[in-house]
Ligand binder design. Structure first.
Ligand SMILES: NC(=O)c1ccc[n+]([C@@H]2O[C@H](COP(=O)([O-])OP(=O)(O)OC[C@H]3O[C@@H](n4cnc5c(N)ncnc54)[C@H](O)[C@@H]3O)[C@@H](O)[C@H]2O)c1
Length: 339
């Protein structure tokens, strides 16, 4: 029988957008058709967001993106002032990013494998990628440990993730982390469904052992904070991968401002890379044109790209990186609003 070591050999390597100037490739997509032309337009709109002096950029992430090698794309976006706020699923931020910040790795695997054997060895599988579940359990426990050290009260996920950044600053083993980089650059990260990932186990442990007084999460506070950011930013562009909760949460801040009787523009730019389509009426595949009927997204600069993110995201982001308009942007540092 194989051992754990036989399976966990080669690690996933994160793509470095700085190394590949994709401008000529993406520009050649302009006169093609289908998703090539859509991707060109999305890349152009992202670059326009960065060139627009008044536009703040919100990045929305869903899917198993960082375990698949996209983590450093976002690290570079944060480092180079290409994003002002992030809204994500918990799996990306905790199970994948914070996890690697603690020094753990994702491994190259295959979907053609005996999953019962993986189960026996405590190896978890995401399609063709393996994770050592014993490492993941340390990640869960670390979240619980952070809870134990904090004042016992409700927190927004943004506040809690800031504490995770502080933890990595002191104890982290890999500084290529979005949580760490965002902490350093005052870029707020929101995870509206925070317990639906590794962090949930840490919270269950912490609350079970501290039934009367404990750290809890306040998802309404997340929404209020993101709404305050929209009020402060006024003009915004959203760059969405996948869809899911982060997509709706971010689109909805426009409506939240309206509920507060504050006038703000709809998201001026909106691009989304997804494999979901609109036939089932669900949120992830709903077009940005449809979102405009809800008063959330302006239709002038919106573009859906129906593509898998590991291929499309480095192209869209790499295009804007090499165009260099981010060099002239002012830093928003929205996290400072809440210090
Ligand atoms: N994905 C995981 O490995 C994982 C692990 C633990 C917990 N969770 C939790 O499950 C919930 C759902 O998260 P989710 O990440 O699975 O997203 P999701 O299932 O909500 O995905 C949203 C949409 O994104 C699309 N999508 C996903 N990956 C894509 C890709 N690579 N390229 C293009 N489109 C893509 C999907 O088709 C779907 O329509 C979250 O709360 C998360 O924290 C997920």
């Amino acid at each position: 029988m194989s051992t754990k070591k036989d399976y966990l050999k080669e690690t996933i390597q994160h793509i470095d957008i700085k190394k590949h100037n994709v401008i000529p490739l993406v520009e050649s997509f302009k006169d093609m058709a289908f998703q090539a032309r859509n991707l060109y337009r999305a890349a152009k709109y992202y670059d326009m967001m960065l060139e627009d002096k008044n536009c703040s950029v919100i990045l929305c992430l869903a899917g198993s993106l960082f375990s698949a090698g996209l983590k450093n794309v976002v690290v570079d976006m944060v480092r180079n002032n290409m994003v002002d706020a992030i809204v994500s699923t918990g799996a990306i931020i905790v199970d994948q990013d914070f996890f690697e910040g603690l020094g753990f790795k994702h491994y190259i695997g295959t979907q053609w494998v005996n999953d019962n054997e993986l189960r026996d060895l405590m190896i978890d599988r995401i399609y063709d990628t393996y994770i050592d579940e014993e490492d993941l359990r340390i990640c869960d426990e670390t979240v619980g440990k952070i809870c134990d050290t904090l004042e016992k009260r409700p927190y927004s996920s943004r506040e809690f993730i800031w504490e995770m950044g502080k933890y990595l600053d002191k104890h982290g083993k890999n500084k290529e982390s979005v949580v760490y980089e965002a902490y350093k650059n005052n870029v707020p990260i929101f995870v509206p469904a925070f317990s639906d990932c590794s962090a949930g186990f840490g919270f269950v442990h912490h609350q079970w052992h501290n039934p009367d007084k404990h750290v809890s999460l306040d998802s309404a506070k997340d929404f209020l904070e993101l709404t305050k950011i929209k009020l402060e930013a006024f003009e915004t562009g959203i760059f969405m991968i996948g869809g899911g909760v982060p997509k709706n949460f971010t689109q909805d801040v426009v409506v939240a401002c309206d509920v507060l009787e504050k006038e703000v523009p709809m998201h001026k730019y909106a691009i989304q890379i997804t494999v979901a389509d609109e036939r089932d009426g669900a949120l992830s595949g709903s077009t940005l044109k449809e979102a405009s009927s809800w008063g959330k997204v302006d239709t002038t600069y919106e573009q859906m790209v129906y593509a898998e993110a590991t291929i499309a995201m480095p192209l869209v982001t790499g295009y804007a990186y090499h165009k260099g308009n981010w060099k002239n942007r002012k830093k928003r540092e929205f996290a400072k609003m809440f210090l």
